[in-house]
Design a protein around this ligand. Structure first.
Ligand code: NAD
Ligand code: UDP
Ligand code: UDP
Length: 338
């Protein structure tokens, strides 16, 4: 019931631990770790717009104050510079745990996924908050099942160059379930598939941001390997909707949150050419080790239990990202014609 789910929050609104039937719930206190990052900042926008009070916890490792600056001065918004690898004391009703060095150039050598997740689970346990982990499709590794269903256990190399990320997230999922079963913490697990949109890091090496930045800068699009590997690309607003439905719903998960539209990297390059510059060149480069050959979510479970499915196809979402990148790369002036 609501009462057991949000014990601290309702007291703070003088509801005596109860929420009267029929009264719309409002004004939760929510911590978003990694809230100054790409996905986190869009989530924060939605939570603030809904009327919640939001505490962003971020060490600005890959995130940026610019992403949340528009909330400065709002009494329902707080920003704390903090590394979640260190313990944290807060009082909130929900914790969205996104903090994680999320891209290949950043995630090596960092214990955030294990130690950071443990601390946030310890926090959730102490204060009785509901905890949502943003895991990743990378837990499926180089999948031997296609598309990937949540019941698939994955094919991950435990000692490869990507292991810190995918095994780190697998450990984070394990810890999350252990705190659920062992300590009764209310948890939710999302397995996020490749997501793109405005505020994405420009130079973090992800394929969509690389191609868009390259096309805008009149550089060749770097396709790794033969470009026949596939991914499915989800627009950020669809993901945020899915995360919020998951947090508010009754199901632990894990849930795949992704767009089932599947593209090869060559097809993606073509969409970027169509959107930005039909004359953009393609340059082939060697691929990284252990690169998954294909990836596509089976989202039947999220459709059935969360009533969620993505709405924004790649050709609709990409232009919104391109205008943001154009602005950030060139500023207001000197924007070359599309
Ligand atoms: P991002 O890099 O933009 O955001 C991550 C945020 O976490 C950044 O603001 C960073 O500064 C912060 N952070 C990193 N380490 C931290 C630490 N130790 N303490 C406090 N803050 C820390 O990445 P994103 O794309 O917004 O990813 C958000 C979450 O979603 C991550 O957990 C990521 O693994 C997951 N995810 C994202 C995608 C995607 O395609 N974007 C896919 C799968 C999973
Ligand atoms: N923790 C935290 N904030 C809290 C409570 C716990 O950061 O409000 C951290 C704590 O420092 C510990 C981790 O969460 O490293 C796990 O806490 P838990 O109480 O589950 O385990 P224990 O401390 O008993 O090993
Ligand atoms: N990729 C590419 N060119 C780039 C960056 C990445 O062809 O400039 C490829 C990469 O090899 C992988 C796919 O695009 O096959 C997706 O890579 P990304 O790092 O964006 O996401 P992930 O591998 O985590 O799904």
């Amino acid at each position: 019931t609501r009462r057991s789910v949000y014990p601290t929050g309702f007291d703070s609104f003088n509801l005596g631990g109860k929420i009267p039937l029929g009264l719309k719930r409002k004004g939760l206190r929510i911590a978003v770790t990694g809230g100054a990052g790409f996905v986190g900042s869009h989530l924060v926008d939605r939570l603030i717009a809904r009327g919640d009070s939001v505490i962003v916890v971020d060490n600005f490792f890959t995130g940026n104050k610019d992403n949340v600056m528009h909330h400065f001065g709002n009494p329902r918004f707080e920003l704390i510079r903090h590394d979640v690898v260190e313990p944290l004391l807060l009082e909130v009703d929900q914790i969205y745990h996104l903090a994680c060095p999320a891209s290949p150039v950043h995630y090596k050598f960092n214990p955030t996924n294990v130690v950071g997740t443990l601390n946030m689970l310890g926090l959730a346990k102490r204060i009785g908050a509901r905890f949502l982990l943003t895991s990743t499709s990378e837990v499926y590794g180089d999948p031997l099942q296609h598309p990937q269903v949540e019941t698939y256990w994955g094919n991950v190399n435990p000692i490869g160059v990507r292991s810190c990320y995918d095994e780190g997230k697998r450990t984070a999922e394990t810890l999350t379930m252990d705190y659920n079963r062992g300590a009764g913490v209310e948890v939710r697990i999302a397995r996020i598939f490749n997501t793109y949109g405005p505020r994405m890091c420009i130079d973090d090496g992800r394929v969509v941001s690389n191609f868009v930045a390259q096309a805008l800068r009149k550089e060749p699009l770097t396709v790794y390997g033969d470009g026949k590997q596939t991914r499915s690309f989800q627009y950020v607003s669809d993901l945020v909707e899915g995360l919020m439905r998951l947090m508010e719903g009754e199901h632990v998960g894990p849930f795949n949150l992704g767009n089932p539209g599947e593209f090869t990297m060559l097809e993606l390059a073509q969409v970027v050419q169509e959107t930005i510059d039909p004359n953009a060149k393609i340059e082939f480069k060697p691929n990284t080790e252990d690169d998954p050959h294909k990836r596509k979510p089976d989202i039947t479970k999220a459709k059935e239990l969360l009533g969620w499915q993505p709405k924004v196809p790649l050709r609709k979402g990409l232009p919104m990202m391109v205008s943001d990148f154009r602005q950030r790369i060139f500023g207001d002036q000197n924007t070359p014609a599309a």
